[in-house]
Design a protein around this ligand. Sequence first.
Ligand code: SF4
Ligand code: SF4
Length: 362
Amino acid sequence: MSKEVYKQLLEVMKSRGGGFSGADIPEFYAMVEELFTPREAEVNNAMPKGPFSAAQVAELMSRDEKEIKEILEGMANKGLCMAITLEGNVFYMRSPFMPGIFEFQFMPGTLTERDKKIAKLIYAYKTAFNAIEGSGGEPVFPSIRVITIDSTVSPEDTVHTYDQVQNYIDKYDLIAISTCYCRHAAVLRGEDIHDMPTDTCMQFGNSAQFAIERLGARKVSKQEARELLDRCEEAGLIHMSQNMADDIGFICNCDRWHCTPVTQALKTAKPALTMNSGFKPEFNADLCTACETCIERCPSEALSMGTDEVPELNEDRCFGCAVCATGCPSDAISMVHQTDFAEPPKNAKALKEAMKAAVAQG
Ligand code: SF4
Ligand code: SF4
C-alpha cells in the first residue's frame, strides 16, 4: 500500500497547484516519504476543498472518526495541513507545497536532525524539479506582489491602502511572527546567511492563529510588528505577499540569495513581470552624490551608474521594492507610481479568476 499511496499523493499535490507541485522523480518520493507517514499520506489524499472537520474525512474514507482526528492533529502539528479553531470546533484545510507545507516545516525555527534532513530533501527535490520543468519563466499572471516601502513614495503620488504594509498591521487584531523558511532552510543546509534576520515572516488573522497554535510562531503587538518591518527595511529585505488587495494572510521579508520566489524571478529575463509593486524609483540628480549605495543594495541588479553620474534604471528588472531608496544617504530617491499598473485582484477568488483568464488568453 505504501508505494501506491505516495503515487496517489503525487497526483493529489499536482492538482493542488502552487510552486513545485509534484514530479515523478526519485527526489519527490524521498521527500514525501520523510514528510508523510503512509497513514498521513492516505488522509492527505482524501482531504476535500475548503475547511473540513475530522468527521467529514472519516466519512469520506469510511474510517473511525477518532482515528482520523488523531492523524489530522498530528499532521497540523507537523505543518502538513492547516488547522483553525472556530467557536470551539477544529477545522482543517489542505495545503499545497508552496506556499504552504514547505514554509510550515521551518516556521518553528528549530534545528533538529530531522529538520536538517528535511531541508536537504526539499532542496534536492526543488533542484531536480527545476532541472526537469525549468524555473517556470515569467508567469502569465503574477500570484505574488511586492509591497513598496511607503515612506519612500513621492509626496505628490497616490498610495493606495494595499500599497501600505502599515495598513495590514492596523487592520488585523492577531499578528504572528515566525521564522523565514528560506533563510532557515539555508542555515539547516549549513550555508552562511551573512547575519540577515530570520524572525521575519508575519502572519495575519486565521493564518496567525494557526502559526501560533501549531507552529511555534510568536504573537506580537502592532508596535512589535512595525519595529520588525523597520528592521527588515534596514536589512534591505523586500516586503512581499499574495497578489491581492484585501485579506492577505502573510507578509514575507525576502532576500535575493535564499528566498525562493525572488531567486526564481531572477532567473527570468524580466524579473519585474514576476512580482512588482507598481512603483519605480526616480533619482534627484541635484541630491545624488554617485556613491553607488543604491546599486549595491538593489536585489535585482536593476541599477547601473549612468554617464551623467546618476543611477540608471532597467525597468525590466525592477521589483519596485524601494530597497534602493531606503539606503540612499542623500534622500535622492523617491518611489513613483506607474500609472499604467493594474490594481491587484481584491481577494483569493479574484486572483484565481485573473490567473485563469490570463491562461485562457494565452
Ligand atoms: S531599483 Fe532595485 S532596489 Fe530599487 S526599487 Fe527597483 S528592484 Fe528595488
Ligand atoms: S544611493 Fe543615493 S546618492 Fe548614492 S548613487 Fe544612489 S541615488 Fe545617488
